[in-house]
Design a protein around this ligand. Structure first.
Ligand code: F6P
Length: 346
């Protein structure tokens, strides 16, 4: 059997671990694997890369993706889907493993309906894919953000400052919530709950009136103000131009927030944007194991002809769920967990 594999969307620690698992498992079953470079671009404008066990040796612990990624949307142009299906046939492929988040797997679900034999693997540091308890990459991002919060703590305390730490999380505040709990944040702000500036400042003032001289605020890049200081309630963006899936480039909420906090509380405030550092470098042991399990399971799904589905973690088991279900909605932060974080605010 000849299997194609692609990685789409933002990169994420653990992608190489999935690719390695797919190749090793396929080799053991005498199947061939071809890497399609740079996400869906690899089916629109193919320059395939043969992958064998030798080529994936030594990549388990390496961040990024050896086959490249992009935010190419095969449905952007009307001719795109047919072109992708045609190239799939021309490459002699019999199955495709698409590793990605809501956008990549949303396109996979639509191409499956047009006849593409595809299986999905859930990837995103944001952990917002529905139907899977966790995506690989999330644990690594949380570890990096927690380490950053720990470091920020000591400088915040030395200078008696409020520090606002901006983490990734476009639609969901999973990284902010987990890293905030792990790092002992005094306030955590997520896209799921509009920011009430009065409440945030009251919490900081209350904390300082108890004798604390510093505070740590963790904010997800996609959080929005109930009312933005000085105006409307839009997302704060770096770049309003949209990518092929219609997303603007987020970033900058920590700067706006820190100015507003300093103005209202009169405490010296600084901001830090962790940005792509959260997506770089080696995956944690947890993510290497999860990515490996997903890769092996997805390859088994291919050999059993379970197309149109995604490997998902439910409890401690990997199961197959329909791609259509996984991409039908986003998985936002569990309010029970956020409630636990809230118990430590202020
Ligand atoms: O895909 C998840 C994500 O990490 C988001 O949290 C973030 O907004 C986006 O990717 C950034 O992507 P890019 O690499 O295109 O800047």
């Amino acid at each position: 059997m000849k299997i194609g594999v692609l990685t789409g969307g933002g990169d994420c620690p653990g992608l190489n671990a999935v690719i390695r698992a797919v190749v090793r498992k396929s080799d053991a079953q005498s199947s061939r694997v071809v890497g399609l470079r740079n996400g869906w671009k690899g089916l629109l404008d193919p320059s395939p890369m043969d992958l064998d066990s030798r080529m994936v040796s030594g990549i388990l612990h390496v961040g990024g993706t050896v086959i490249g990624t992009s935010r190419t949307n095969p449905f952007k142009d009307a001719a795109g889907p047919e072109k992708a299906l045609k190239n799939f046939k021309l490459l002699g492929l019999e199955a495709l493993i698409a590793i990605g988040g809501e956008d990549t797997l949303g396109a996979a679900a639509k191409l499956y309906e047009r006849g593409l034999p595809v299986v999905g693997v859930p990837k995103t540091i944001d952990n917002d894919l529905y139907g899977t308890d966790f995506t690989f990459g999330f644990d690594t991002a949380v570890s990096i953000a927690t380490d950053a919060i720990d470091r920020i703590h000591t400088t915040a305390e030395s200078h008696n400052r409020v520090m606002v730490v901006e983490v990734m999380g476009r639609h969901a505040g999973w990284i902010a919530t987990y890293a905030g709990i792990a790092g002992g944040a005094d306030v955590i702000l997520v896209p799921e709950i509009p920011i009430d500036l009065d409440e945030v400042c009251d919490m900081i003032l209350r904390r300082h009136s108890r004798g604390k001289s510093f505070s740590i605020v963790v904010v997800a890049e996609g959080a929005q103000f109930i009312e933005k200081p000085g105006g409307d309630r839009d997302l704060i963006v770096q770049e309003s131009q949209k990518d092929e899936f219609g997303h603007v480039r987020l970033g900058g909420i920590s700067q706006v927030l820190s100015k507003a906090i300093e103005r209202r509380t009169r405490y010296e405030t600084r901001f830090v944007v962790l940005g792509h550092v959260q997506r770089g470098g080696s995956p944690t042991a947890h993510d290497r194991v999860l990515a490996t399990r997903f890769g092996v399971f997805a390859t088994e799904m291919v050999h059993q002809g379970e197309f149109g589905k995604m490997a998902a973690l439910q409890g401690n088991r990997i199961v197959a769920i329909p791609l259509a279900e996984a991409t039908s909605q986003l998985k936002t932060v569990d309010m029970e967990i956020y409630g636990i974080a809230k118990g430590f605010f202020g």
